[in-house]
Design a protein around this ligand. Structure first.
Ligand code: GAP
Length: 760
């Protein structure tokens, strides 16, 4: 390996010498240098020079500049925010664009064509950053690439004879402890000055003297670029002997330093944006301006959703001995909904604002009475939030200021609109207009979507899209008992779509009109003393499931419904609450529903719903415990928990910390270089193998660090880098998304590890 390093360093040294040769040849054409601290090729005219120079030197220049960037960050401890790093990266990108635009090296094409090629290549860089890497104009890499594009374009425009082409604005160097000395200034004619040449020598010397890691990294970078050079030239890839044994150096860099940022619940806007940008969730009918309460799930969303359902089914059905599955139809006999009480009672109280024509759910519209020294000041209204009392007090303060009143302000406890007397309702201002008198009294609004079944469209053909999956379970109770070899206590689980014509679909996928439920009806004996233990057990099992898929424990809480708020047939109901971006709200309900539903279906259908208990030798209608959770609502909780930002190697990183069980993409296979057939073949073989088990991806575009970041952003927990060492010892680099830790594992170990992390 040492011998190899010497060979490569010889190449590096040669590139330094060539850079000097450029200087001698083209001094008259050069007018500016970049702020790159060590290895600086003259900017103006460099395209022409590159065309004339041996292409190896372009590649060597790229490699050397890469080493400069790494050195600044790794040795000097600078970050991407430091000007010296920005300059060095800008220079690296410029050199790369030139290298990519490089035509056959010997053909010294006219300068204009070279420039055009460079512009085209730089345009491709910009497009790639934005379209493939998902960066925006706000990202530094895009800004730098665009700046370079603009610069190249300016060069292409016919310059006024006496005017020098626009050089990048002089950048102010920040001198700070540990930072490199400012770049030596260019000579007046734009050629590298003596100081710059000295710096180049210093680079060569430093590379020669530095530690193994730097040498490895330098050699790795050079090898990769020389390989791609061969491709550009259409020649064969360098002989294997010339490839660095330490090819892993570039592929398997050390663990980056991760600085964790304290978790904060993201805003709904952040969640919506990340969902749209990463292809997770889109607004339904977006091209037509959207359709309130409906959503479409994109390529990653459909995977995440499927993984949530799979995890739930595994935990609640496959890994238990007392629960079986069911898939009942979405539309069923309207009798089902008559018996269940949905036709008569599945409604929400609705309030209209006559002025704005806006509609509110009365139980989500809150109000309070404000008094000054015990005298009525007025009423304030507000929508449901976590901090309503505080908001009501603030609104009352405003009211007092507006009325120019003196005295002590007091505000009653906030209540919902259904709790207001008819007189009070008239005095409560509409949230839309701020004026009283426009809100109607609450009216019941049935939430079921109606449809007609069959050719006849009249009252006799009316049917409903199911508003919950539960009733399909009750109506199949006897079928499952007769065929499923089940014994009370046992459960029937179902995952399926449900539809509710919500008055105010709100908060993204939290409350939508079409959603999916995961429900269990767990049938238990009717004894008075047993339901509490089953209820508590289901609460615990449900919480454990939520934790097992990575929800943050600090965001989960319980809300026990007070007795006076329970349905007449219910014995208890506890909601598992979650701190969503819009506040702490119900994620899952766990209700002890008695035997109301089975009894109702028995009465309306005339068919017995009794169960014969072999052990007790008695017949009874079982009671139920009902854990019920929405897939979409759980997905919002998963996204809220997973949303994270931290700092890696001094650079801000946004990532989705999905549990491996839920992550849409389980792993990414990344060949270090794409122009090395052996590496590509090996990577492809690993990819195909993993593809049989998991949804994995194969990514060859861009630098390895960039590819890691792309995977972090979509929450891929593992990256597998295939490099030169893989060819020799069948090991790959396995990189962990959260810690960025990298370690070498054999391919069989890799499969075992993934299985353990994803399937356990
Ligand atoms: N079978 C009982 C039942 O349907 P629910 O509280 O009306 O009870 C159960 O709904 C769960 O379904 C809720 O905890 C929530 O997770 C989800 N859910 C209900 N309505 C929803 C909606 N409009 N949008 C999204 N999820 C909803």
């Amino acid at each position: 390996m040492r011998g190899l390093v010497v060979t490569m360093l010889f190449t590096a040294a040669r590139s330094v010498r060539m850079a000097r040769a450029f200087t001698a040849q083209g001094a008259a054409q050069r007018v500016a240098v970049t702020g790159s601290p060590l290895f600086q090729l003259p900017r103006t005219g460099s395209v022409r020079m590159m065309a004339a120079a041996a292409a190896e030197d372009v590649q060597a220049a790229v490699a050397a500049q890469g080493a400069v960037v790494r050195k600044l960050k790794e040795e000097d401890g600078l970050t991407n925010a430091d000007q010296a790093v920005k300059d060095a990266v800008a220079e690296l990108m410029r050199l790369k664009a030139l290298a990519e635009a490089e035509p056959a090296p010997a053909a010294a094409a006219p300068a204009e064509q070279d420039l055009e090629a460079a512009i085209a290549a730089q345009g491709a860089v910009v497009r790639k950053l934005k379209e493939e890497d998902g960066l925006t104009n706000g990202d530094q890499a895009v800004k730098d690439a665009v700046a370079e594009l603009v610069r190249l374009k300016a060069l292409a425009a016919p310059p006024p004879a006496a005017k020098a082409p626009p050089a990048p604005p002089a950048k102010k160097k920040q001198k700070k402890k540990g930072s490199p000395p400012p770049a030596p200034a260019a000579a007046a004619d734009g050629a590298p000055s003596a100081a710059q040449l000295k710096a180049l020598d210093a680079l060569a010397a430093r590379v020669g003297k530095s530690d193994d890691a730097l040498i490895d990294s330098f050699v790795g970078a050079m090898s990769a670029h020389l390989d791609s050079l061969q491709k550009v030239k259409g020649g064969a890839a360098p002989a294997k002997a010339a490839a660095p044994k330490s090819g892993k150096a570039d592929a398997a860099p050390k663990t980056d330093k991760v600085v964790e940022t304290e978790y904060q619940v993201p805003s709904m806007e952040e969640i919506i944006n990340v969902c749209k940008r990463r292809g997770i969730i889109f607004q339904s009918s977006e091209v037509y301006g959207g359709f309130a309460g409906f959503f479409d799930y994109g390529p990653l969303g459909v995977e995440l959703r499927a993984n949530i359902k799979k995890a739930w089914w595994q935990s609640m059905v496959h890994r238990r001995d007392d629960v079986v599955g069911l898939d009942s139809s979405i539309i069923s006999s309207p009798q089902v909904w008559k018996a269940s009480g949905h036709i008569d009672g599945f409604s929400d109280p609705m309030v209209d604002c006559k002025e704005s024509n806006l509609r509110y759910r009365a139980d989500q519209l809150f109000w309070a009475r404000a008094e000054v020294d015990g005298e009525l000041l007025g009423y304030v209204s507000l929508m449901e939030t976590d901090d309503m009392q505080e908001l009501a007090e603030q609104a009352a303060e405003k009211l007092k200021r507006k009325a120019k009143m003196q005295g002590t302000l007091s505000v009653t406890e906030v209540k919902d609109f259904t709790e207001a007397t008819p007189e009070e309702q008239k005095l409560i201002p509409s949230p839309a207009t701020g004026e009283a008198g426009s809100l109607t009294a609450p009216r019941e609004f049935n939430l079921m979507f109606q449809t007609n079944v069959g050719a006849q469209v009249d009252g006799s053909s009316v049917a409903y899209l199911r508003p919950e999956t539960a009733q399909g379970i009750f109506t199949n109770f006897k079928n499952v008992v007769a065929t499923g070899r089940v014994k009370v206590p046992f459960g029937i689980a179902q995952i399926g779509k449900a539809f509710r014509n919500e008055i105010t679909p709100r908060n993204f996928i939290f409350r939508s009109r079409e959603f999916e439920q995961m429900e269990i009806e767990y049938f238990i004996p009717p004894d008075e003393d047993c339901w509490k233990a089953f209820h508590e057990q289901w609460l615990t099992d449900s919480e454990n499931f939520l934790l097992s898929i990575g929800l943050r424990p600090e965001l989960i809480s319980r809300d026990v419904h007070p007795d006076h708020k329970l349905a007449h047939y219910a014995r208890a109901c506890t909601d598992l609450m979650f701190k969503f971006p819009h506040g702490t709200q119900e994620l899952q309900g766990v209700a002890a529903r008695g035997n109301y539903d089975l009894t109702q279906h028995a009465t309306v259908s005339g068919k017995s719903m009794e169960y014969f208990d072999e052990e007790r030798k008695e017949k009874y209608v079982p009671h139920v415990i009902e854990p019920s959770i929405g897939v979409d609502r759980l997905m919002l909780a998963v996204l809220t928990s997973a949303y994270a930002e931290d700092e890696v190697g001094g650079e801000k990183r946004s990532l989705l910390r999905f549990h491996p069980r839920l992550a849409p993409i389980k792993a990414a296979v990344l060949p270090l270089v794409k122009n090395k057939p052996e590496i590509m073949d090996k990577a492809n073989a690993i990819y195909k193998k993993l593809q049989k088990r998991y949804f994995v991806t194969f990514d060859t575009s861009g630098q390895i660090g960039r590819r890691y970041r792309r995977m972090d952003e979509v929450g891929t927990p593992f990256c597998i880098t295939v490099d030169f060492d893989t060819l020799e010892d069948d090991t790959v680099t396995l990189r962990d998304r959260d810690s960025t830790e990298q370690r070498r594992v054999t391919v069989p170990e890799l499969l075992e590890y993934l299985e353990d992390q994803i399937d356990s």
